[in-house]
Design a protein. Structure first.
Length: 260
């Protein structure tokens, strides 16, 4: 089976997955905001792919979703030069299997589309897909596979940086669950506000989506770096799937390969 590379370019990190057919062989990350030339991207990607036991020359396709346009020229140049393949860039005109039934379909980020593709194909619909990334996004996919609505909120890291940068005395803190919500000093106080605030937001938004759709038994799947921690602390999330975005990129690649 073909080996492919999937790349999710987020605002904070570039997350990559190496697939052998449908099997995810390994993942790795790079910082998004570090300026790189096409050669630097190409060399780093080929070396990192090979640390997962896959030769770069065996990669037959690359699928990319990006919310950061500034990096795409260098990134796609590096992919073309070092993997000798033209990457599939998820966006308007690319077949995903998900119909975007919103007022401005082109405004929906590619990362959200691939999340929904994977969630719908793996778990069915109707489903609410939550991605705890730089922003926290909530996307509702109907029973027939339509992207019907999306909610966007500040992510935990954005909220943390806002506290740190906009106040004179509050420090930059590690984002983790405190031992108790009843904090007795500044750091755990901030951690309690950030983490329990995110949990409360998540539970309320899930509740409202179920109320307004009338689908009280809607399945809820979460992904993203901090999603595992949040999912452990609330009953409103049914499934945590760490590879959802990368799986969606693989699925979109496969759909478009069949059409080509």
């Amino acid at each position: 089976m073909d080996k492919i590379l999937t790349i999710d370019v987020g605002n904070t990190n570039i997350t990559c997955g190496v697939y052998d057919g449908q099997e995810l062989k390994g993942t790795f990350r790079m910082m998004t905001k570090t300026p790189r030339t096409s050669d630097e991207y190409g060399l780093m990607l080929t070396q990192l792919v090979e640390t997962k036991g896959v030769k770069a020359s065996d990669i037959k396709g690359v699928s990319v979703a990006s919310v950061v346009p500034d990096v795409m020229h260098s990134l796609t140049g590096g992919i073309s030069r070092y993997f000798h393949t033209k990457p599939l860039i998820v966006g308007p005109g690319v077949k995903s299997g998900i119909k975007v039934a919103t007022d401005n379909p082109r405004d929906i980020g590619a990362d959200r589309i691939v999340d929904c593709v994977a969630a719908y194909e793996k778990y069915g619909g109707p489903i609410l897909v939550i991605d705890f990334g730089t922003a926290t996004t909530y996307d509702y996919v109907t029973a027939d596979g339509s992207f019907a609505a999306g909610i966007t909120a500040p992510g935990i890291r954005i909220s943390s940086e806002a506290l740190w940068k906009a106040t004179a005395k509050l420090p930059n803190v590690e984002i983790k669950m405190p031992s108790s919500i009843l904090a007795k000093e500044t750091i755990s106080s901030m951690q309690a506000g950030l983490m329990y605030g995110q949990i409360g937001q998540t539970e309320y938004i899930v509740k409202k989506v179920k109320e307004e759709t009338g689908i009280t038994d809607m399945k809820v799947v979460a992904t993203g770096g901090l999603g595992r921690t949040i999912a452990k602390e609330t009953d409103c999330i049914d499934i945590y799937d760490s590879s959802l975005t990368l799986d969606g990129l693989r699925m979109v690649y496969e759909k478009n390969r069949k059409l080509s």
